[in-house]
Design a protein around this ligand. Structure first.
Ligand code: GLN
Length: 484
């Protein structure tokens, strides 16, 4: 039962083959068994989950169920969940019980999904390996000596090890797609503004976006049906109709125009990864797609530009953690200045401090024009690259990450190498576009992800393109041996 997709579990719940309480109990038992090794959950909300499951069973009996009623799910610990500890992977929020619910998690609860717990993550979603979490590193279920990717590493490891059938993640520069690639899952970062950010702890507000982590594109569509939509409490959410994301899954992709950016296949890409991506592209050609080389000339500027914009936004967003209103407060402060500096000094980890310092620097009066303003201009050029590309192609494909999962500790002391893990994913956030990572094969037993980038609000097309590939392949159904 634990290896079934949500679509299958939903059918099993409706037919009465299993109840939500039984299903939830099964996943809770798996979490107890495997979480000590994998460390993918920060909090396990057992009592609350069993209660929600019992309610879901009543809804199922009364015929008032949605496709997600009774389905267990893990939420990234970046979403505020009322009455439940919400840490964002930081010591700063180790004692924080959220007083309100994020829109995203509220929508899942309203649909009848059962929250199993809150998943581990890089501190304040800053990282690509899940090693910056105050709660310790998460292990990759495919090889526990390796990282699961980040920052949604806990969500992704939980789903890959079948400790949850699906999870939520957030993606500011790649944090859904890169870990999904490293753990062999389907991850979707929606168009900026498609999913409400209300109650999602802010890292870089112009880039942050929540999305689903699932086995299959079909499951991602089921989650998107719940997550997507306008929210008046998020001024950047877009008032636009939400389609049924499952409706186009089965459309033919005959004639689909795929663009392959030549910059994505230059130099930095591991040969073995390039071969996996090439065979995925061939599979698409066999399904009737046509392939065309394109150019995204400003690709090389995406990472450096992001590391001006994201730290700038984080330095202002994280100024609210001052030891006064919520979060960590130092003992016996001498005066207000001491309270601020020691609370922040003790509460934040090294990577977060590094970003706050960079952000404060690039926003300072003397450097604003040279760095922040310049970065904003390059950001526009990056968006223009994509706009031009989408005049001639329907989707853009390439690798999600430049390598498979790396060893724990391998890049932890070298921030720049770590930042390059997101070289193929970051430009998408800079432009606000939707993109998915789908499992496309293995190299030395480790999963490889294919990235599919779409035009604004074309999530349905991305899911259709992913689903058609998943009908022809079974990479997305592989389960690590220990967790079968
Ligand atoms: N790895 C990138 C960073 O460290 C992206 C993180 C994210 O998408 N949240 O900022």
């Amino acid at each position: 039962m634990h290896t079934k997709t949500i679509a299958q579990l939903s059918a099993a719940l409706r037919s009465g083959e299993i109840s939500s309480v039984e299903l939830t109990t099964l996943f809770l038992a798996r979490i107890k068994q495997h979480n000590p090794a994998l460390n993918c959950y920060i909090s396990i909300t057992e009592a609350q989950a069993l209660e929600a499951a019992a309610t879901a069973d009543r809804r199922l009996k009364e015929g008032d169920a949605t496709p997600l009623t009774g389905i267990p799910i893990a939420h990234k610990d970046i979403f505020c969940t009322e009455g439940v500890k919400t840490t964002c992977g930081s010591k700063m929020l180790d004692n924080f019980i959220a007083p309100y619910e994020s829109t995203c998690t509220a929508k899942f609860a309203a649909a009848g999904a059962v929250m199993l717990g809150k998943s581990n993550m890089d501190e304040f979603a800053m990282g690509s390996s899940n090693e910056t979490s105050y709660y310790g590193a998460v292990k990759n279920p495919w090889d526990q000596g390796r990282v699961p990717g980040g920052s949604s590493g806990g969500s992704v490891a939980a789903v890959a090890a079948r400790l949850a059938p699906a999870a939520t993640g957030t993606d500011t520069g790649g944090s859904i797609r890169q870990p999904a690639a490293l753990c062999g899952l389907t991850g979707l970062k929606p168009t900026y503004g498609r999913v409400s950010r209300y109650g999602m702890i802010a890292f870089a507000s112009s880039l942050d976006q929540a999305g689903p982590v699932t086995y299959s594109a079909e499951d991602a569509a089921l989650l998107m049906n719940v997550m997507a939509g306008f929210d008046e409490r998020d001024s950047t959410s877009v008032e636009r109709e939400v389609p049924d994301y499952t409706a186009e899954l089965t459309n033919s992709i005959e004639g689909l125009k795929i663009g392959l950016p030549k910059e994505y296949f230059d130099g930095g890409l591991d040969d073995s990864i390039a071969r996996v991506i090439e065979s995925a592209i061939q599979a698409y050609e066999a399904l009737g797609a046509v392939v065309k080389e394109i150019s995204l000339p400003n690709t090389a500027l995406a990472v450096p530009t992001y590391y001006v914009v994201a730290p700038a936004e984080c330095s202002t967003n994280l100024s609210r953690f001052d030891g006064v209103r919520f979060g960590h407060r130092c003992d016996d402060p001498k005066d207000l200045f001491d309270l601020y500096t020691r609370s922040r000094g003790e509460g934040f980890g090294a990577e977060v401090k590094r970003r706050i310092m960079i952000g404060t620097y690039v926003l300072s009066a003397g450097y604003y024009d040279a760095y922040y303003l310049k970065a904003q201009k390059i950001r526009r050029l990056i968006s223009e690259d994509f706009r031009a590309a989408f005049e001639t192609v329907d989707v853009i494909m390439g690798p999600t990450a430049p390598s498979t999962a790396f060893k724990l500790g391998e890049k932890a002391d070298d921030p720049v190498t770590m930042y390059l893990s997101d070289i193929y994913t970051i430009a998408v956030n800079m432009a606000g576009l939707p993109a998915a990572s789908i499992p496309a094969g293995f190299v030395d037993g480790l999963p490889v992800g294919l990235q599919v980038i779409g035009n604004y609000f074309e999530e349905s097309r991305l899911l259709n393109v992913a689903h058609q590939y998943q009908q022809a392949t079974d990479w997305h159904l592989q389960v690590p041996a220990e967790f079968q």
